[in-house]
Design a protein around this ligand. Sequence first.
Ligand code: PMP
Length: 416
Amino acid sequence: METINRLESEVRGYVRGFPTVFTTAKGNRMTNQEGEVYLDFFGGAGALNYGHNDEVMKAALMEYIQGDNICHGLDMATAEKINFLETFDEVIMKPRGMDYKIQFPGPTGTNAVEAALKIARKVKGRSGILCFTDGYHGMTLGALAVTGNSAKRGGAGVNLADTHSVPFCDYFRDGRDTAADLEYMVKDGSSGLEKPAAVILETVQGEGGINVASDEWLREIERICRENDMLLIVDDIQAGVGRTGPFFSFEPSGIKPDIITVSKSLSGFGLPLAITMIRPDLDIWEPGEHNGTFRGNNHAFVTAVAALNHYWRDDAFEKEILRKGEYMRKRLNEIVDSHPGFNAEVRGRGMFIGVDCENADLADEVAAECFKHKLLLETAGPRDSVIKFMQAVNTSDADIDEGLDIVATALQTVLE
Ligand code: PMP
C-alpha cells in the first residue's frame, strides 16, 4: 500500500475504501497478500456479474491464447469478432425480436455513451440532449455532460452546452409524475428544452443510488420521445447483462430504445468490451467517423461468446437472479426492520440492490465495518448514503447469507 499511496494519483478511489493488496480471486472471493479471503459484494462495480475467473470463460481464453490467435486487430475482421456478432445476434437479439447494428465504440462504457450521443445528434441534426437527475454515464466530456450528479463532475466542472438534466422517476419521493412534467417542458417554448435530439436514461440508476424507474414511467418516456421526435437512448452499462434479471434491464417494460449502450459485464471476465447498439436505419456513420485504437478486443470477444453461450441460451439464469434478488430484498428489509428508528429504504430490481441509510456517515461506517469482517461493498448515491450490493449474480445462496449476516452484524455495531 505504501507504493500506491506514494505513486498512484490522488484521484485513486476504491483503493482507499479497500486498503489492502489483492493477489488472487475466484468466484466471489478475493484473496490479499496476507492470504486473507474477502467476500466480494462489490463485483467490480458491475463488471463481474459472473464472478472472478469463471471456469467457462477462462478455458475459452486459455485455448485462444495458446493458439496464437489475434490479440489486437483494430476493427479488422477477425474470426472472433464474427463469432461475437453472430452469437450476440442468435442468443440475445433474435429471441427478443431485436434488430440493431453493433458499433464497437472503444474499450469502455463511457466510449459507448459518447458514440450514442454523437450518432443521436448526427441523426437529428440537433444538439439538445435530455438526461436525468442522479444519472451517471461516464467520465469523458460528453458522457460527463449528461451525468446528473455534479459531485461526480468534480474539478473538471463540465457542462457541455445543450445538455439538460430533468427529474428522474420519483426524484421528489412524493409520487409526482415527472414524465408529465417532462412532457410539459418539452412542449413549452419557454422551458429551454425545445426539440432535443435525444433522451438518455438508466432504468435503474446505479451510481445514483439504485433509483428504480417504474415500467409505466419508462413507457411514458418512450411515448414522449416518439411524439416529440426525440431518440431514446438506454444506458444499460450497469443495469444490463443480467444485473436486474433479464439480459437487458428494460425488457419487462416492453420499451424499444433507439440506441442501447452495453459494457461492464459484457465480456464476462472483467476484460474491457463496450458496444453501442443502433437501430439499423439510424446507423448513418461514415466509415471512420468514430475511431479508436482499442475497439473490439479479441480476448474480450472470446470470453463474451463463452459467457453468452453458457448463461443465456435459456431463461434459467434470469429466473435464478430474480429469485435471489427477491430473497435478498426480503432479508435486507428484515435486517432494517429489526432496528426500530432506523429509517432505511431497501430498493432495487433483480440483484441490483441498495439500502439507503439516508446518512452518508452511517453508510460509510457500515461499509468500513463490513471490510473489517472481510466483506467488500461500496456506497453510492448523490450523498453516498446508499449501501450497494453488486456481488456476482451467480453467487450461491449460502454466500448471499454469509454476506448479509456480516451486514447485519456491521449495522448492529454501527447503530449501537
Ligand atoms: N454508464 C453507466 C450507467 C455506468 O454505471 C458507468 C460506469 N459506472 C458508465 C456508463 C461508464 O462506464 P465506464 O466506467 O466503463 O467508462
